[in-house]
Ligand binder design. Structure first.
Ligand SMILES: CC(=O)SCCNC(=O)CCNC(=O)[C@H](O)C(C)(C)COP(=O)(O)OP(=O)(O)OC[C@H]1O[C@@H](n2cnc3c(N)ncnc32)[C@H](O)[C@@H]1OP(=O)(O)O
Length: 193
């Protein structure tokens, strides 16, 4: 099995072969340039973002600064907005749907290191994909662990550490993140009186 295959299924691997160091360096070079753009260079940033991400739909907007491990392993749908300081450790694939919104200081990390110290010091790591489904909003400072899926329409409260997958259509928050309540018609009525 190739390292690239192992990177998406939680098997141990080292990331020093198969062109991975160069891919990481290229990604970081692109992000370095992105983060040096002036606020007024909106169109330039749109073009640069398409080069940074593995794929990006229409109307993607990411406030600098942005940090990525590769960038190329991130796939984003239409109408994506991320506020300042988005960090994505995209060793495994990160898939973000349509109409997703991130507040400042969101971190998505697909990579982990073994708990056992003897295995950990060998430098081997594991990674699992992260999926953020359509219409999700992550509040400020949310951290998403490897292997997590956040279901369609759900809202994750500020400061949450999401260690397990969250279903669709709920508000969830806390450390560790737990479902607080479903999203209901009452949430619409609050603003549609
Ligand atoms: C692009 C951008 O997004 S920029 C804007 C950045 N803004 C943010 O990040 C704001 C994020 N908003 C939140 O975290 C909000 O608290 C929301 C959306 C989760 C609130 O949802 P609501 O359903 O209105 O929750 P409400 O305020 O009624 O609280 C319900 C319960 O959850 C708790 N709760 C709410 N938010 C959190 C949180 N982030 N962490 C832990 N507990 C929380 C409340 O304390 C309350 O508990 P209680 O019933 O024991 O009193």
């Amino acid at each position: 099995m190739s390292t690239r295959e192992k990177m998406n299924i939680g098997e141990l691997y080292t990331d020093m072969g198969e062109g991975l160091p160069q891919e990481r360096r290229d990604g970081k070079e692109r992000v370095y340039d992105y983060n040096l753009t002036r606020p007024s260079e909106e169109e330039k940033r749109q073009r640069m973002l398409k080069d940074i991400m593995g794929s990006l739909g229409e109307n993607g907007w990411v406030e600098p600064p942005l940090r990525v491990a590769y960038g190329t392993h991130i796939h984003i749908g239409n109408n994506f907005y991320a506020n300042f300081n988005l960090t994505v450790v995209d060793d495994a694939t990160v898939t973000i749907g349509d109409n997703v919104m991130f507040a400042p200081n969101v971190t998505l990390a697909t990579a982990g290191h073994p708990i056992d110290p003897e295995i950990r010091i060998t430098g081997e790591q594991f990674s699992l994909p992260i999926v953020i489904e359509d219409n999700v909003w992550l509040g400020m400072g949310v951290m998403v662990n490897p292997g997590v899926t956040i279901g369609r329409n759900s809202v994750i409260g500020a400061g949450s550490v999401v260690t397990k997958s969250i279903p669709a259509d709920v508000v969830a928050a806390g450390v560790p993140c737990r479902v607080i309540r479903p999203i209901t018609a009452a949430d619409r009525e609050t603003f549609m009186k």
